[in-house]
Write a new protein. Structure first.
Length: 258
């Protein structure tokens, strides 16, 4: 009986560990994040001086893109901001990130950075802030990028994006992505070519091999006519004839001597 209890207790402990690991792998539900800014940054309806701040999603089951910005100790609430999902095609970062709209300095006023999007570590879906209409138009003119805002001054009105020229494009929360940040381009830009390091971007084409020429062998020259007679026999008959001649000559000499 004691062994059965030990096995049951071990199974329960393993199940609890598995549940805690899975919950940790999914990350905090409210995406608690600390940001430290070295200079003042702008958010809709507020400007944060340089310092450390706590970002957190409001615990709302109906809208998971309401962002609360608080002090580092979480005792002071600076802003409650509305946002929409922003889908990025970039590889998710292991660190929390914010993307800025840099406002250049003008008329003696120092430049400030307006936060456009907040990304939680490991997520490709960020939170794009909705700016008040007047501020959005000013930011678009100053930065040259489109800014998310509303069609009227009412926060409950439809969403739109306004660019530096004042042209607006409607936005839906389901279609907020990098491909729809700007207006729909009438003429899409060509896709940039990536160059390999230490190699040509586009290797030159190899020249086509020259066609092989068919070489016709020259006809062999005809042999010249022979002027000497062909050798039809060897030297042996000549030697035999000379031998017989010498023998006949010797006999004739002997007879003459007699």
């Amino acid at each position: 009986m004691a062994s059965i209890r030990k096995v049951a207790l071990a199974c329960m402990t393993a199940a609890m560990v598995t549940m805690s690991v899975n919950a940790g792998a999914q990350g905090p539900a409210n995406q608690d994040t600390f940001f430290t800014f070295s200079q003042a940054v702008e958010l809709p309806k507020t400007t944060l001086p340089a310092g450390t701040y706590f970002f957190q999603l409001m615990d709302s089951p109906s809208n998971r893109h309401i962002v609360k910005v608080m002090s580092q100790d979480r005792k002071q609430l600076f802003a409650t901001l509305l946002a929409i999902p922003y889908y990025s095609n970039d590889r998710p970062s292991d660190d929390p990130q914010v993307r800025f709209m840099e406002t250049p300095a003008a008329n003696g006023v120092a430049a400030t950075n307006a936060i456009k999007i907040w990304f939680y570590p490991g997520n490709t879906t960020g939170h794009e802030f909705i700016w008040p209409r007047d501020k959005a138009i000013a930011l678009a003119r100053a930065t040259g990028v489109s800014v998310l805002t509303t069609t009227t001054d009412e926060e409950s009105s439809d969403l739109t994006r306004v660019d530096a020229t004042g042209v607006e494009a409607s936005v839906t929360t389901e279609a907020s992505a990098e491909s729809t940040v700007a207006r729909v381009e009438e003429q899409p830009a060509p896709e940039p070519q990536r160059e390999q390091i230490g190699a040509l971007a586009t290797p030159p084409a190899e020249p086509a091999p020259a066609p092989e020429r068919e070489v016709t062998p020259a006809p062999a020259p005809e042999p010249a006519p022979r002027r000497d007679l062909p050798h039809t026999a060897g030297v042996l008959p000549l030697l035999a004839l000379m031998g017989f001649g010498s023998m006949a000559g010797s006999r004739m000499l002997r007879r003459a001597n007699r």
